[in-house]
Design a protein around this ligand. Structure first.
Ligand code: PEP
Ligand code: MN
Length: 338
């Protein structure tokens, strides 16, 4: 349910209605728009008659049921797009964000070289996997905590905040200690105990779409994080499984306008995993922004031929720099900036 307050409702009104809602045993999530404040209410639906009765209050315009199964993630509960900053990097506003770096952190020289390369190209956030979800148990599994330390060092050296994947609830604290954004990977977005833990970590969460997740399932995963008290969720479309084998996955660009309509959360596009081939990354990065994404996450490696994971889809730093210079005028045409 949402409680729409009248335009001009005072702070005391907001607190009064919120307290009444909490007294009924519900949790409240405030959305302050330019014109109106909306109180998102989640909890046991059985007391909804009492909630509806709050419509009688002077400060309340309306009490409305949210039709979507995801509530806090829905635009009904939060009509304005979510915007926040990560160490000064704006997410979800007019300014686009580009996160770039290697698939895996492999060594100190590799990470520092790529971090400097993406920084020179204009990336805003450094990516790099320390805990790697590999299909084969024989594939490189990541440097784990050593990788986190290297990411921290690269972040200090470049000034770029860091996004890295966390795969297990027990590792959330250590990852949150070293990283600025916690990534939940495509293979883990229905790991509900992980979602509940990242909801409590105090850091923004990058939630990739599962390769077989519907948009509704993806938004329900986001709902776990929001309902757990973490409002800073970034969605990422990274390709889904289809019958097509020419590319690694099929980047579902339809999802961008659909999610933008259904939800207020920022959405990124990952053209690296979405295509699986570096030659297609540039085209799909541009297409992603044209479709309305708030930014990109791109894999970059200084020596893709010898990368320990995802070399075939990784751009070299010079190609990344060229792509960024092509994206700047595109951003302007789209009414955004980069
Ligand atoms: C990654 O970002 O390297 C990764 C494993 O992504 P995904 O979860 O989308 O496959
Ligand atoms: Mn990868």
């Amino acid at each position: 349910m949402i409680i729409v307050l009248k335009a001009g409702a005072s702070e005391a009104d907001i607190e009064d209605v919120s307290r009444r809602v909490r007294d009924l045993g519900f949790k409240t999530h405030l959305s302050r728009g330019e014109e109106r404040t909306i109180i998102g209410v989640v909890g046991d639906d059985r007391a909804k008659e009492q909630l509806l009765a709050l419509q009688a209050l002077e400060s309340v315009e309306n009490v409305v049921r949210i039709l979507q199964p995801f509530k806090l993630a829905s635009r009904e509960a939060h009509p304005e797009s979510t915007q926040f900053r990560i160490h000064g990097v704006p997410i979800g506003g007019k300014q686009l964000v580009v996160m770039a770096g290697p698939c895996s952190v492999e060594s100190r020289p590799q990470l520092l070289a790529v971090a400097e390369g993406v920084k020179a190209g204009g990336a805003h956030v450094l990516r790099g996997g320390a805990f790697k979800p590999r299909t084969s148990p024989y594939a490189f599994q990541g440097l784990e905590e050593e990788g986190l330390k290297l990411l921290h060092e690269a972040s200090k050296a470049t000034g770029l905040p860091v996004v890295t994947e966390v795969m297990e609830p027990d590792k959330v604290d250590v990852v949150a200690e070293h990283a600025d954004i916690l990534q939940v990977g495509a293979r883990n977005i229905q790991n509900f105990s992980l979602l509940k833990r990242v909801a409590e970590c105090g850091k923004p969460v990058l939630l990739k779409r599962g390769m077989s997740s519907s948009i509704q399932e993806w938004l329900l995963s986001a709902e776990y994080v929001l309902a757990g008290g973490n409002p800073n969720v970034i969605l990422c479309e990274r390709g889904i499984r289809t019958f097509e084998t020419s590319t690694r996955f099929t980047l579902d660009l339809n999802a961008i306008p659909v999610v933008k309509k259904l939800s207020h959360l920022p959405v990124l596009v990952d053209p690296s995993h979405g295509t699986g081939h570096w030659e297609y990354v540039s085209a799909m990065a541009k297409a992603g922004l044209a479709a309305g994404a708030d930014g990109l996450i791109i894999e970059v490696h200084n020596n893709p031929a010898e990368a320990l994971s995802d070399g075939p889809q990784s751009l070299k730093p010079d190609k990344f720099g060229k792509l960024m210079s092509e994206l700047r005028p595109l951003a302007e045409v789209l009414g955004r900036s980069l």
